[in-house]
Design a protein around this ligand. Structure first.
Ligand SMILES: Nc1ncnc2c1ncn2[C@@H]1O[C@H](COP(=O)(O)OP(=O)(O)O)[C@@H](O)[C@H]1O
Ligand SMILES: [Mg+2]
Length: 250
């Protein structure tokens, strides 16, 4: 937008003041708030989650966490990306974010990465880890995209090669975050989650019903997953919360 266009759009803005120009990286999805709006309430909440998560770990080695939910569209991928960035921004942490949702991959798009080989290609073809590991614009955050859609995703995620990959990643990264498909239609997340140190259940306010969330938790636990907590998305910020965070910033 030019200065003239800004003047026309906001006639009340004093003309003597220079326009505020926010330069953001448009290749990264605007919903990735931790990247674009680090001072927002949402980003503050992601950092609060990081603090709690790190406190729960009590310094125990490399941690692998799966982010899942009962249905699609509840905010798994956005939460996984925001959590991964938040962790990577903390001192001494190095994060690898894996997209294990082969049917509806989105991590690469959310982080503005182009197309390329990913997890399924690594597991099915004769590829090296270096062929699929992507650096991102966030320091200390690497990504493995989903790759092509395999014939049987759950079987692939249950294979020994996934165990080998997780072991290899744990030598290089302090945290491994997996974005997963929804639990109720597919078994993939429960299969993968059982190999992780913890699973986070995303619940979208006003969308996920209590029955759906409880069913998802039950399915995960029955498959041997360590459900470490729920992560609420789309929570309308209450006025008193806004005041609270404003006071924190002062
Ligand atoms: N915290 C949020 N704030 C605003 N919009 C959100 C939020 N989480 C999800 N959305 C919206 O919901 C859509 C689906 O989110 P996504 O993370 O892709 O869900 P999932 O991975 O569970 O299918 C996004 O495109 C976005 O528009
Ligand atoms: Mg998703």
């Amino acid at each position: 937008m030019t200065v003239e266009e800004m003047d026309a759009a906001s006639p009340d803005r004093p003309k003597s003041e220079p326009p505020v120009i926010v330069i953001t990286d448009r290749s990264i999805d605007p919903h990735v708030v931790v990247y674009h709006e680090p001072k927002s309430i949402q980003s503050e909440q992601y950092r609060a989650f990081r603090t709690n998560m790190l406190a729960m770990e009590k310094g125990r080695g490399s941690r692998a966490l799966a982010i899942t939910s009962s249905m699609k569209g509840e905010g798994k991928s956005l939460s996984a990306v925001n959590i991964a960035i938040c962790l990577a921004e903390a001192p001494r942490l190095r994060v690898c974010l894996l997209d294990t949702d082969f049917r509806a991959p989105s991590v690469g798009r959310l982080l503005g990465l182009g197309d390329g080989p990913g997890l399924s290609d690594l597991l099915l073809d004769d590829l090296e880890l270096g062929d699929v590991l992507c650096e991102t614009k966030v320091r200390d955050l690497c990504v493995i995209r989903a790759g092509r859609e395999p014939r049987n995703p759950a079987e692939l995620l249950a294979s020994d090669r996934v165990g080998d990959l997780l072991s290899a990643l744990k030598t290089e990264f302090t945290h491994i975050i997996c974005d997963t498909p929804p639990i109720n239609p597919y078994t993939d997340a429960a299969v993968l989650g059982a190999r992780m140190d913890g699973v986070l259940l995303v619940v979208r306010m006003g969308k996920t019903s209590r029955e759906q969330a409880e069913r998802a938790k039950h399915v995960l636990q029955r498959a041997g997953n360590n459900v470490i907590g729920s992560f609420l998305t789309d929570v309308a910020a209450a006025a008193d919360e806004i005041d609270y965070y404003k006071r924190l910033e002062e």
